[in-house]
Design a protein around this ligand. Structure first.
Ligand SMILES: Cc1cc2nc3c(=O)[nH]c(=O)nc-3n(C[C@H](O)[C@H](O)[C@H](O)COP(=O)(O)OP(=O)(O)OC[C@H]3O[C@@H](n4cnc5c(N)ncnc54)[C@H](O)[C@@H]3O)c2cc1C
Length: 408
């Protein structure tokens, strides 16, 4: 390995993994993590779960303690925003820098810039009480607005919106979720699961409005209501969760290929051989699904982080993973494996009314994806079945009395 100077842009899961894996692989080069945030690299999933509800301390969000980076000789440049990549001179140009340096050089650059929330157009962008949820700072803002709040409106019935709904309900707020599509979680799951979550939230007292669009957010200095296609809804706090966009501007501006993400090959190398990329911001080939995909999940960020480290060390190992994800709402642990798009058949195992069941999706007779609620063994086995293209006995699979090991 002749790369002496490795710079990683990003303060999240992927960046931390690249640095950790490089040192595990005995990389002797300089490693620098540059993050626009003020915090040590941290995990985001608890932000809409236990950190929002106050059950988790901020220190528990950090992926590694500060001492780890010191011991591993990994330089952290926090509060530093990369504005531009000068590829000709292998330099990064900053618009914000904590320690006052102007530019830094790299031999290998890793872009792990993640995603940023899709914004909702507002007449008054400074309206207090309107929030997005991507960072620790966002949660701190939400927590302030929650003081004395009674009515929360959540725009978007995706995972983040529904997790926030579950926490807010526990905190005693009146909660309304507004979803433009005809069902919640439409983009990510099947009607069976959407309908289960819809009923479960309603049972907890959350008001869910589907096929409803937002026409505006009212208020002078502070939000007072949300204007929708079916009327106005009182709100003293609004959380917007309408999806995210890949942070690809740095790559785009410097001429690195992008297309709904930074385009990388199976080794996580971009169109510039000295620039690699990992995590939410990449569009990568999936050998299993035989198409290019962009994922927003911890698993993908970690595994691509490892792939990037291998590639930098000259051990080219193709990235070939079955995606998986989880979501926690109330007492429901939802685990998703694979991608279900294009399924032609599904099997339900267990009963939704027991709040413990799984839906397995098949295409041309092979399992391509699973949604498991409070059913961890089913989730774990289905990941193996999907990856190995195992032939399954569908009748046995439907029968919860037959163990998952015996359904093949
Ligand atoms: C509220 C929430 C809940 C989630 N829940 C789950 C879950 O339950 N399960 C799951 O699998 N996934 C979940 N996710 C998704 C998961 O957190 C992401 O997939 C993961 O964080 C991606 O990691 P990443 O390193 O690619 O990007 P990120 O974690 O987004 O990190 C990107 C970093 O790059 C920095 N950056 C961007 N541009 C620049 C620049 N120009 N200069 C310097 N720094 C820059 C950003 O500030 C940020 O620190 C959740 C995400 C959120 C927001």
């Amino acid at each position: 390995m002749n790369e002496k100077n490795i710079v990683i842009i990003g303060g999240g899961q992927a960046s931390s993994q690249v640095a950790t894996s490089l040192r595990q692989k005995n990389c002797k080069g300089d490693i620098t993590i540059v993050s626009s945030e003020a915090y040590l690299p941290y995990q985001r999933p608890p932000l809409s779960k236990k950190y929002l509800s106050g059950e988790l301390e901020s220190e528990r969000l950090y992926l590694k303690p500060e001492k780890f980076y010191q011991d591993q000789n990994i330089k952290l440049m926090l509060n530093s925003y990369v504005e531009e990549i000068d590829r000709k001179n292998s330099k990064l140009i900053f618009s914000k820098l904590e320690d006052g340096e102007g530019t830094i050089d790299y031999d290998k650059l890793v872009i792990a810039t993640g995603t940023s929330p899709r914004l909702i157009p507002l007449n008054n962008p400074n309206l207090k009480g309107v929030h997005y949820l991507r960072s620790i700072d966002d949660v701190e803002g939400i927590k302030k607005s929650l003081i004395n709040a009674k009515n929360m409106v959540i725009i978007g019935g995706g995972y983040i919106g529904l997790e926030v709904a579950a926490v807010a309900k526990k905190l005693g707020l009146n909660v309304t979720v507004i979803e433009m599509a005809s069902r919640i979680l439409e983009r990510v799951t099947s009607p069976v699961i959407s309908s289960f979550y819809h009923s479960y939230h309603e049972l907890q007292g959350v008001n869910i409005l589907t096929s409803t669009s937002v026409d505006g957010i009212n208020g002078k200095e502070k939000v007072s209501s949300v204007e929708t296609s079916i009327g106005s809804i009182d709100a003293d706090i609004v959380v917007v969760g309408i999806g995210v966009l890949p942070c690809q501007e740095l790559a785009e501006k410097s001429g690195v290929q992008t297309n709904n993400g930074i385009v990388v090959n199976e080794f996580c190398v971009s169109s510039d051989k000295n620039i690699l990329s990992a995590g939410d911001c990449t569009l990568h080939p999936s050998p299993f699904y035989k198409k290019d995909i962009r994922l927003e999940s911890v698993h993908n960020a970690i595994e691509q982080g490892k792939t990037v480290a291998s590639s930098i060390m000259g051990e080219f190992i193709s990235y070939n993973q079955i995606p998986w994800f989880w979501s926690d709402q109330y007492d429901l642990k939802f685990q998703i494996a694979g991608l279900n798009s294009g399924y032609d058949e599904y099997i339900i195992r267990g009963k939704p009314e027991d709040s413990s069941f799984s839906v397995f999706y098949f295409k041309d007779g092979l399992m391509i994806s699973s949604d498991c609620i409070n059913s961890a063994p089913e989730h774990m086995m289905s990941r193996r079945f999907i990856f190995n293209k195992t032939e399954i006995d569908l009748e046995k699979l439907q029968d919860k009395n037959i163990s998952m090991k015996e359904v093949i």
